[in-house]
Design a protein around this ligand. Structure first.
Ligand SMILES: Nc1ncnc2c1ncn2[C@@H]1O[C@H](COP(=O)(O)OP(=O)(O)OP(=O)(O)O)[C@@H](O)[C@H]1O
Length: 323
């Protein structure tokens, strides 16, 4: 069975198209990273999957249940860590978890769950005094109630310190090991890279890529990144380099001119162009692409055509897969 499937799913808020013709396929037992910049439509998608926001058009199923007609069954069967989790200030951490257990008719021991998320010491404290990270841990404990087949986690690591993020990763891995499907949105690329089998990248309400991280990276195999550190960045260097044949992207980061080039011939042209523009090159670095680059490539529209070009490349690649 497909854990999550949507077809032409869309949601508009007035003139704003939050999600547009979304076809999502999350397989049983996989860890699926749902990525995208702020405002890309991730939370709106998750809210549609949970039945909190009705779609403007399109359809979808979660664990085989229809997202519009069977949302109650969906919420009973899955574990959710929502984006904005409101807590009852006067209830203790344990009471929160017990509430989730009772609601689901589950038999978990709340103390076991609080121990898993590292909150044993705070079990009897009222949530009103909790830090953001502690609230997030309570929310995760509540999501884990009843060993759900599917966990939907919206930014699970937000507000969590690096140790907490590592523990969160370990918990997600444990859940995967017992056979659960994990669908989570995140801005933390290391976390996504460490956990995910596949990622879907949203941009402007559309799914611009959906594949394994390795497969997406393969699309960049013929490309490399060239970083020129200069004493002072020459005026207008971005618009000067962008038209150079083989240059896929240019941006300036402090005194670094960061370019993606499709062949080594272009590197020499870039270096010459920077020097011709009066740049004194202090250092040259060539780098492989990281997941951050990949994310930027699929989601940024700045630097003129690059984001669009990448998006169309991604679409072309996906069409090939579909064909
Ligand atoms: N209730 C609403 N009313 C009006 N516009 C909305 C509403 N909810 C979302 N939007 C708009 O829809 C778009 C997508 O928002 P959404 O929250 O889904 O993005 P996101 O990818 O989850 O972003 P973030 O990473 O910042 O949480 C944005 O332009 C947002 O302003």
């Amino acid at each position: 069975m497909t854990a999550i499937q949507t077809s032409g799913l869309a949601r508009r808020f007035g003139d704003v198209v939050a999600v547009e013709s979304l076809d999502l396929h999350v397989r049983d037992g996989e860890a699926y990273g749902f990525l995208g910049p702020n405002g890309a439509g991730k939370s709106t998608t998750i809210n549609m999957l949970l039945g909190f926001t009705p779609p403007s058009s399109g359809s979808g199923t979660v664990l085989g249940y229809d997202i519009e007609d069977e949302s109650l069954a969906i919420r009973q069967s899955i574990g959710v860590l929502p984006e904005d989790f409101g807590m009852y200030e006067r209830l203790t951490a344990r009471k929160h978890v017990q509430f989730a257990i009772d609601t689901k008719g589950a038999t978990d021991d709340p103390d076991d769950l609080l121990s898993r998320v590292g909150l044993s010491d705070a079990a009897d404290r009222k949530a009103g005094g909790f830090s953001t990270g502690m609230k997030q841990r309570v929310a995760l404990a509540m999501a884990l109630v009843g060993e759900p087949e599917l966990l939907i986690l919206d930014e699970p690591s937000s507000g969590i310190d690096p140790n907490g993020a590592r523990e969160m990763r370990a918990i997600i891995q444990e859940e995967l090991d017992r056979g659960a499907t994990v669908f989570f949105s995140s801005h933390i690329m290391e976390q996504v890279e460490a956990i995910c089998d596949r990622v879907g990248i949203m941009s402007g309400g559309r799914l611009v890529a959906e594949d394994s991280i390795d497969a997406l990276k393969d699309q960049f195999d013929d490309e490399s990144r060239l970083i020129l550190t200069v004493d002072a960045v020459p005026d207008g260097i971005v618009s000067r380099l962008e038209p150079v044949d083989g240059v896929l992207d240019v941006r300036v980061d402090g005194t670094d001119i960061v370019t993606s080039v499709s062949n080594s011939r272009s590197k020499a042209v870039v270096i010459n162009a920077v020097e011709d523009a009066g740049g004194v090159i202090a250092d040259i670095t060539a780098e492989d692409h990281s997941l951050d680059d990949l994310f930027a490539a699929f989601t940024t529209g700045d630097g003129a055509t690059r984001g669009d070009a990448r998006a169309s490349r991604a679409e072309a690649a996906l069409e090939e897969v579909d064909a």
